[in-house]
Design a protein around this ligand. Structure first.
Ligand code: BGC
Length: 763
């Protein structure tokens, strides 16, 4: 290409950009483009780029626009339609350098169409279904003018007291890593610059799921091998999948807050992992460095954060206020400021905003009239994914599926609770779009069966808890208290049950109970609802519990009362239809738990892949001096990977291709899976590995692969798995990632407990 042609290309690319009237910026060369822009920026304009501002209803819009036009804001979150965001982008286009804004939002499990909460998505073990969630969310969010989502949340959660357990993909490193990757790829599509893509910001870096005691915002103290083997890989996998950014966690790690943690952001993230994207603090986290006790004042907090590697300050005050002084005194260097600005500009570049600041906002003429119109939803996708997320925990005497005939009592405080269907972090979902369980059942039976409904109980009878939950939602009451006495509510439900052939009781947690800042000391269904269950059981009618909750619950007592239990999480806009599909057998349940259900809160932490110990408890062999709790049965109530179907599946003939492998070599495993039941159905065949003897104690087993298979009634199929050389590696005491020679066991099962086993030797 001759010089003239090149110049022409540069000019034509630049003329599409916001920089048509600034010196020609070589838009096709990211680094050169950003370097050129940085040269033109004043210090104030640079600091402005590091400020991410939350737009609330109370925010004076005009003032915000003035700030943007003055180059003092880099991006916003929580404003989420084109008519809201266009004037802000217009303001940016009036600024001296016309650097575009970006618009972010917490699009976690859907934007307008709400899919099951993340813990429910994980229970699908279905990467295609999860990709559908990410893609649909990106299409909806980008159509509404959004450029970025604060997702996926890939914090491993092994303490279900933590309310944010609902936001993650469970306890397992491998499953969470797989899902994180799929989420990133489906949010971003082939490029985050595409008009229908949104940039993924992986959170909360790092280890937020390990807060001590499951109490939100608490400290995290963890050994390095545990961190490297169990907690860090999902962030890494999501970044390797191309996520544009990282949100830094609110917690401290071994005494140093993540927000001021140079090791975390500089040594690990940037140097070891080679991450090139943007880092964003969590909400107000820089200010919180003072309360963590590592910064004496706002000035020191801002200094620590930027030096440690926080590029953008969420809901900023301190970067704006303190960086000018810190730069003047030389405590923060130009180079440090420039580095942070470079990352923010880089993210904007990657989102395609320099090429077209209105790429997702579009033109005013094409704005939709009604953002909340039902036609804008993707209901079919939501129903499909929701039914895959449901986990059948119990089904005595084939209580399920139900017949579409006779009379069915639908009771419980969550049976007709549109807001709860959505779960927490429901983005722009609207309760009026939710299909509740009552409504789903009504539609499914039409006039073939009679439904009788009674609320039966309030979610909780505890006033303090009630007030707390309603305090969490600023917009509308979260839970509505039926003022009638508890006994009256129960009587009404019992009457409904008595006239019916079967009772479907929808019980569990209201969505606010599994939310940020909603840690619990118990995993029980609140007493008001347990009293209802007891009364329903006393009627002698078949009792189906449909559970809604965002964390494992302790269900030992409920299991004795119920004939069938269906775990439905918070299943989203189409939840009621999906639940009806499963209850009536129009869909054969296939979900499997992505997190262990303990018997009681006292067993926590309880996760399937714990390290081996010297005195393990042997089921069926009680006795002293083994590791156990003596007042109740040991082991989980429902193990990781567990879930029933209306069909039965069997596994046989686990076979390994060799009795030994050399370092670096793969091994093949095969097993026969058969649908021995009378219905077609899907199951998840799970492959675990145990390293029998190593330089450190290793987990009793670790998930390394799985296949979700559909088998017709009576069909059998041989499944093949590759055990890869990397599947045998772990981070040892010196943090070297290596496989150690010796015996390994391959375990294959339909859950993490009942497995078949074969061993081989790594030479
Ligand atoms: C949460 C983040 C979230 C942010 C913005 C914070 O309170 O911890 O997960 O992305 O708010 O809404």
């Amino acid at each position: 290409m001759n010089k003239l042609c090149l110049l022409g290309l540069v000019v034509s690319l630049a003329s599409q950009s916001a920089f048509a009237d600034t010196p020609a910026a070589p838009l096709q060369d990211k680094q050169a483009f950003i370097a050129n822009l940085l040269k033109q920026m004043t210090q104030d304009e640079k600091i402005g780029q590091l400020r991410l501002i939350s737009i609330g209803p109370e925010m004076p819009r005009e003032r915000i626009r003035e700030e943007i036009a003055a180059g003092r804001i880099g991006g916003t979150f929580n404003s989420r339609t084109a008519p809201e965001n266009r004037p802000m982008q217009d303001a940016a286009m009036r600024s001296r350098l016309k650097i575009p804004m970006f618009f972010a939002y917490d699009v976690i499990h859907g934007n307008r169409t709400i899919f099951p909460i993340s813990l429910g998505l994980a229970a699908t073990w279905d990467m295609q279904a999860i990709a559908k969630v990410g893609r649909t969310s990106a299409i909806e969010a980008s159509a509404d003018s959004l450029d970025m989502t604060f997702a996926p949340m890939v914090d491993i959660a092994r303490d279900p007291r933590w309310g944010r357990t609902s936001e993650g993909f469970g306890e397992d490193t491998y499953l969470t890593s797989r899902i994180g990757k799929v989420m990133v790829q489906s949010f971003q599509g082939s490029s985050p610059a595409n008009p229908d893509s949104i940039m993924a910001i992986v959170k909360h870096f790092a280890l937020y799921g390990a807060v001590e005691g499951g109490r939100d915002y608490n400290t995290v103290d963890m050994s390095l091998p545990k961190m490297y083997n169990d907690y860090l890989p999902p962030y890494r996998a999501s970044l390797d999948a191309g996520a544009g950014g990282v949100m830094v966690a609110l917690n401290s790690i071994n005494g140093v807050p993540a927000t001021s943690n140079t090791w975390l952001m500089n040594d690990l993230l940037r140097k070891d992992w080679g991450f090139k994207g943007v880092t964003i603090s969590d909400h107000g986290a820089i200010q919180e460095l003072i309360r963590h006790g590592v910064a004496r004042d706002g000035r020191e907090a801002a200094k620590l954060a930027i030096k440690a590697g926080i590029d953008m300050s969420m809901n900023d005050t301190l970067y704006g206020e303190e960086l000018p002084g810190l730069l003047k005194s030389g405590e923060v260097t130009q180079a440090e400021l420039d580095q942070a600005v470079r990352e923010v500009l880089g993210a904007k570049y990657d989102m395609g905003l320099f090429k077209d600041p209105y790429v997702r906002i579009g033109k005013a003429e094409t704005d939709v009239k009604d953002y909340y119109a039902d036609q804008r939803l993707h209901r079919e996708a939501a129903r499909d994914v929701a039914r895959r997320s449901l986990v059948l925990l119990e089904n005595r005497a084939q209580t399920l599926p139900l017949k579409k005939s006779g009379t069915i009592a639908v009771v419980g405080p969550l049976a007709d609770a549109p807001i709860d269907m959505m779960g927490s972090w429901a983005a722009d979902g609207r309760p009026e779009h939710s299909v509740t369980v009552r409504e789903g059942l009504r539609r499914a039976v039409g006039d073939k069966a009679k439904l009788v409904y009674a609320k039966g109980a309030n979610v909780t009878g505890d006033k303090a808890m009630f007030d707390y939950l309603n305090f969490l939602n600023f917009a509308a009451p979260e839970i509505i208290n039926d003022p009638r006495p508890a006994a009256v509510l129960i009587d009404e439900a019992v009457k409904a049950a008595k006239q019916s052939d079967v009772v479907v009781a929808v019980v569990g947690e209201s969505r606010g109970m599994s939310h940020e800042s909603s840690s619990r000391t118990t995993l029980e269904i609140p007493e008001s609802q347990r009293a209802l269950i007891k009364a329903l059981k006393a009627t002698g009618k078949p009792l189906v519990l449909v559970l809604m909750n965002g964390r494992p619950l302790s269900l030992a007592w409920e299991r004795e009362q119920a004939d069938a239990i269906l775990e439905t999480w918070f299943s989203g806009t189409e939840g009621g239809n999906a639940i009806a599909d499963v209850l009536f057998g129009d869909y054969n349940p296939s979900g499997k738990l992505a997190i262990t259900f303990p018997r009681s809160v006292g067993q926590i932490p309880m996760y399937y892949n714990h390290l081996r110990i010297g005195r393990p408890f042997t089921p069926g062999k009680p006795g002293n001096y083994t590791s156990q709790y003596f007042e109740e049965p040991n082991g989980p109530l429902y193990p990781f990977g567990y879930g029933l179907s209306y069909s039965d599946f069997s596994l046989s003939g686990l076979n390994l291709s060799s009795k030994s492998v050399k370092q670096g070599q793969d091994l093949q495993a095969s097993i026969l899976v058969k649908n021995t039941g009378k219905r077609d159905g899907e199951t998840v065949v799970q492959l675990y590995i145990q390293d029998v003897s190593a330089s450190m104690s290793r987990p009793v087993k670790e998930l390394k692969n799985f296949q979700k298979v559909m088998l017709k009634a009576g069909e059998e199929r041989t499944l093949h798995f590759t055990v890869k050389a990397d599947d045998l590696k772990f981070y040892n005491g010196q943090l070297q990632w290596a496989a150690e020679p010796g015996e390994f066991r391959v375990q294959v099962g339909l859950d993490s407990q009942a497995v078949q086993e074969q061993s081989f030797e790594l030479l």
